[in-house]
Ligand binder design. Structure first.
Ligand SMILES: NC(=O)c1ccc[n+]([C@@H]2O[C@H](COP(=O)([O-])OP(=O)(O)OC[C@H]3O[C@@H](n4cnc5c(N)ncnc54)[C@H](O)[C@@H]3O)[C@@H](O)[C@H]2O)c1
Length: 246
């Protein structure tokens, strides 16, 4: 989805150094947006940015003050895509508060940090697109990923609330909920849970295969486009039908 021909939209993509986020950085850049690729991983972010003419920035999205400072330095942004995330495969009783804090900080609280930083300028200009990459786990729950699922479900409720607060200000807020997508994060979960986990994830889709980062990026690109102005507060599964009926 191309941005309006006379306006070069500026986008902030978190978690842009790897997997789905990298595919989003490349896709939005190819669509003509001016993209900032923010990630903890400096070299990987730089590589992705250089491959598509984006700008890389090292940023811990859990650090509220740093997020505010980088958005003030690099913004204002027309588009925010929250894609940074971490997962941990373990049954709930095998985890403790330190695990919960890390999962909630990256997968939920960071979305609050970036949204809080970009929204005032979006409100002032009367235009904004916020796309949050959650997970089907946020609707369906996840065996071995309870706190991750709680965070992703929280992202869905938060996104709908932002959509409600900003719908009359030209700002949309939507969620893309991936199913199993072949990325380093998925491979790490499979490593922890064994090959049977990968089989179970694949079987849970209607398509019988893993998705690609590019397939998620296509959905994000639509929701981030000028043309998606009448789509807000939605959760779009990109999951081979895993979440159908949820
Ligand atoms: N891969 C899947 O099957 C799948 C399924 C559902 C949802 N998701 C979600 O999609 C998103 C991307 O996942 P992925 O599979 O591409 O993972 P990935 O591990 O390949 O990429 C995640 C990126 O987030 C970055 N990141 C982590 N913590 C950060 C922090 N504090 N500050 C800045 N950057 C940080 C990492 O450095 C990494 O580059 C995540 O939100 C994940 O929960 C993935």
């Amino acid at each position: 989805m191309a941005a309006a021909s006379n306006v070069r939209r500026r986008a902030l993509v978190t978690g842009g150094a790897s997997g789905i986020g990298a595919a989003i950085v490349r896709r939005l850049s190819a669509d003509g947006l001016d993209v900032v690729c923010a990630d903890l991983q400096a070299e990987a972010a730089q590589r992705v940015a250089e491959s598509c003419g984006a700008t890389a920035v090292v940023l811990d999205v859990c650090d509220f003050a740093r997020v505010q400072a980088e958005v003030a330095r690099l913004g204002p942004f027309d588009v925010l895509v929250n894609c940074a995330g971490v997962d941990q495969h373990a049954f709930f009783t095998k985890t403790g508060p330190a695990d919960w804090r890390r999962l909630l900080a990256v997968n939920l609280e960071a979305v609050l940090n970036t949204t809080h930083a970009v929204l005032p300028a979006m409100q002032a200009q009367g235009y904004g697109r916020i796309v949050n990459v959650a997970s089907e786990a946020g609707r369906l729950g996840s065996r071995g990923g309870s706190v991750y699922a709680a965070a992703k479900g929280g992202v869905m409720a938060f996104t709908r609330s932002i959509a409600r607060e900003n719908g009359r200000k030209g700002i949309t807020a939507n969620v893309v909920a991936p199913g199993p997508i072949d990325t380093p994060l998925l491979r790490q979960a499979v490593h922890a849970g064994g090959e049977r986990l990968l089989g179970a994830m694949t079987d849970a889709t209607l398509t019988g295969r893993l998705g690609t980062g590019e397939e998620v990026a296509a959905a994000v690109a639509f929701l981030a486009s000028d043309g998606a102005a009448y789509v807000t507060g939605e959760v779009l599964g990109v999951s081979g039908g895993m979440g159908c009926g949820a």
